[in-house]
Design a protein around this ligand. Structure first.
Ligand SMILES: [Zn+2]
Ligand SMILES: [Zn+2]
Length: 492
């Protein structure tokens, strides 16, 4: 099974070097065997027209056609300004299809978080078009470079790595499989790597795997990653011409340049294994430290929930959580450094490579009111004057805030969803949105718990579980309630 990864975006020139024999799929010329392996080739944009599109706001997500029909009588399908689209992919006998109910809205370009928005959708009315020049020949709209055998690879110069993060830089990266260059919606060039799912997984997992990590945890994490790839394929980038991007938005992917032997082994050991709930593929999210309680999907992403991403205590009993969304209970929980759970880094031993997580089970940080004002302007385009107060309006089951009110000297505003709140209150991201707020002069002090969104598998918790002797299947059952480990080969 192949996946399409968009890894280099909005370019007018892409520089690439080939290793081994590559064929060009277009019969108009330039056979692969004439490509010189020592030469850097230019793939150039000659002329183009961007796509024509309309913006929509997603008002609901529906998973089965039956339910969709019940919407028929509602206003959705009678109004000109509304539409329903089907997104997702067929994966053997499985699929991850869903239907979006959309309502027309104004131009949202540049107004939304560029790579993390689930609410506003761009629908293409007319595809982008253009001409690409490569090795003396002109190609229309796209060009495919196909390897003659498994040993072939290609190197792309100056790929942007770590977009939006402080380690943002450019690097020459090597990839296996096919290279496709397309005219993207902006009318520029985007490079897409078409690669085998298992090879892709061993690459995306490499950055997170160290030799001293527990093997059962690594297996559990690999199966979670494989499931998430299949569960989200064709949705995040429904109109972009590829399945997943290579940034943190989907999963960080840097080709074969950084594949580790350990990651290769773990991927092979769990080949094809995925999580299934009720005959559907599990969107198996994971994060670093849940903090003692796992979080629900709706706190972090859309306003919907999945039974397998429940909220429960991250301990051997694992009972469901009832009342930590209330401020008083949240305070008790967040201040409890001794909270008995698998991911308590103050109580449980960690391997050396995970030592950097040690201080993030419970943490404290300070930000000035003027920094928040600046972040609000720069990251969200909102100006409410000087910030005078912050209030948690709504918390999820793990105490994570998903609605926060900001009071300003000119007006007030509300920021929703845990990631937006974390982005607002730090230069990059606050560790999590499970925090208490205290004000001291013009400083805001946050006392918090955990690292990441907290939904699904807790990586540090799974590491500790593995060390305590739990198998990867038990670890997965703990974090994905009611899900079963199956093999993709059962569905082909
Ligand atoms: Zn993405
Ligand atoms: Zn945990």
């Amino acid at each position: 099974m192949k996946v399409r990864i968009g890894f280099f975006h909005k370019k007018s020139l892409i520089k690439v070097k080939f290793k081994g024999e590559y064929f060009i799929s277009d019969k108009s010329g330039c056979p692969g065997k004439n490509l010189d392996n020592n030469k850097v080739y230019d793939i150039k944009l000659i002329e183009s027209k961007p796509s024509e599109h309309e913006w929509y706001e997603k008002t609901d997500t529906v998973f089965d056609v039956g339910k969709l029909e019940s919407h028929r009588d509602k206003y959705y399908l009678h109004e000109k300004s509304t539409r329903v689209i089907k997104v997702g992919s067929q994966i053997g006998k499985l699929n991850n299809f869903e239907y979006w109910l959309l309502e027309k809205t104004g131009d949202m370009e540049g107004k939304i978080y560029p790579s993390g928005d689930y609410k506003y959708k761009k629908l293409i009315k007319k595809d982008a078009q253009g001409k690409i020049f490569f090795n003396g020949v002109e190609f229309k709209n796209k060009i495919n470079m196909i390897p003659a055998n498994e040993d072939c690879s290609f190197v792309v110069e100056g790929v942007n790595v770590g977009i939006d993060f402080h380690w943002d830089h450019k690097e020459d990266l090597e990839y296996k499989g096919e290279l496709e260059v397309i005219i993207d919606n902006s009318g520029s060039l985007t490079a897409v790597n078409i690669i085998d799912l298992e090879e892709y997984l061993s690459s995306v997992n490499s950055s997170e795997m160290r030799n001293d990590n527990n093997l059962e945890m690594l297996k559990a994490q690999t199966i979670a990653a494989r499931s998430t790839v299949l569960a989200t394929m064709g949705k995040h980038h429904y109109s972009d011409g590829f399945d997943l991007c290579s940034d943190d938005h989907c999963q960080c992917y840097q080709g074969i340049s950084k594949i580790s032997e350990l990651s290769k082994k773990v991927t092979e050991d769990t080949k094809g294994e995925i999580l299934i709930f009720d005959s559907g593929i599990v969107d198996a999210r994971y994060s670093k430290i849940c903090g003692g309680i796992t979080e629900r999907y709706s706190t972090c992403w859309e306003d919907m929930d999945f039974p397998y991403l429940a909220s429960f205590y991250d301990n051997p009993v694992g009972s469901e959580v009832k009342n930590v969304m209330k401020d008083k209970e949240a305070e008790k929980f967040i201040l409890d450094k001794n909270f008995d759970c698998f991911c308590n880094t103050f109580k449980n031993p960690l391997p050396k490579s995970l030592e950097f997580c040690r201080d993030l089970f419970r943490w404290k940080t300070v930000i000035t009111a003027s920094e928040i004002k600046e972040n609000l302007k720069q990251k969200f385009g909102i100006d409410i004057g000087d910030i005078t107060d912050l209030t948690a309006i709504a918390r999820g089951y793990s105490g994570r805030i998903f609605k926060m009110e900001l009071k300003g000297t000119e007006s007030n505003t509300v920021i929703s969803k845990e990631l937006n709140i974390r982005r607002l209150l730090s230069k990059t991201h606050l560790p999590s949105s499970a925090f208490l707020i205290t004000k001291s002069g013009t400083d805001f002090i946050f006392t918090g718990a955990g690292w990441g969104h907290g939904a699904g598998l807790c990586q540090i918790g799974a590491q500790v579980m593995g060390e305590k002797g739990y198998s990867y299947k038990v670890i997965l059952k703990h974090y994905y309630r009611g899900a079963a480990v199956k093999n993709l080969s059962d569905y082909t």
